[in-house]
Design a protein around this ligand. Sequence first.
Ligand code: 5AD
Length: 345
Amino acid sequence: MVELIQKLYDTGNLSDEELKTLIADENEDTAAYLASRADEIRRKYYGNKVFLRGLIEISSYCKNDCFYCGIRRSCKSAERYRLDRQQILDCAEIGYKLGLRTFVMQGGEDAFFNDDFMCGIISQLRTKYPDCAITLSLGERSLESYEKMKGAGADRYLLRHETASEELYKKIHPEEMRLDNRIKCLYNLKRTGYQTGSGFMVGVPNQTIDHIIEDIRFLQELQPQMIGIGPFIPHWDTPFRNEKGGTLELTLRLLGILRLMFPKVLLPATTALGSISENGRILGLKTGCNVIMPNISPEDARKKYNLYDNKLISGSETAEGISLLRQEIEAAGYTVADERGDYVN
Ligand code: 5AD
């Protein structure tokens, strides 16, 4: 396996067969070696920096009905809320004081957050925090909408493709949702000039290694600036309530592989990874990740924005929470960056 990892390190690519072998390898020594090479290459471009992104969960309303998600429209038990303009500004202010220089406004696909509302809040944040990056994660919208929000001052956009396989896409989404539209949105975002993030869930029901290879090939084509992957975690009130979740080990292997394939990509150790294992996010950092997204939503919102069970809802919005996170990051041999943390070209 050392040869395969070396080849991936040297060339940034492997054949489908080789990838399959590496992804399926459950050996601990392989995992440790992959992590060390991934860490090596990440240090080459970003040193030991970890970038923090303040996540503001603006709405738990969603018009979509993805089978895996706890805020899907037909989830009756989901508690719905929307943050208002002032609440969003307050989150940003708290985050800024805590040293965060990227704000991510994420929410379900909620028509309330139309272009006028979004452009208003984006330009307010842009004026108030000229040294911060503004990231959006609001799902599929029109090209015009993406353009308007970019014009108002947004810098980045996160939209996971979820799976690049047409066949798997249909098994985890209702009929009315279309993979080709999602992919069109991703190319529109890139074209509009956003630093664009995509990604997928690991271990979603019916996913095979071949599907994962399709995801990797899609990412190689799209060349996003950010890649978000995390384990699927079942939510008790969704059709996937009785399914198995994705594992820590497979997620870490994929993170290592992605780092070697995309040396400069901004790669978060996601909340989902931190939710399935206490040490998950730190292990992610040691396997090539260089981003963590502490939640700075109001406490009540954090509880209601339940995409999956047992979501990590530690109080990282407090000075204490962030300083604990900083300590953990530093103990692992990294430093928290105090800049926006844009993609290096
Ligand atoms: N487990 C893990 N991740 C999930 N997401 C949605 N539902 C779940 C779940 N049950 C992810 C999706 C989405 C992101 C915001 O959260 O990939 O893009």
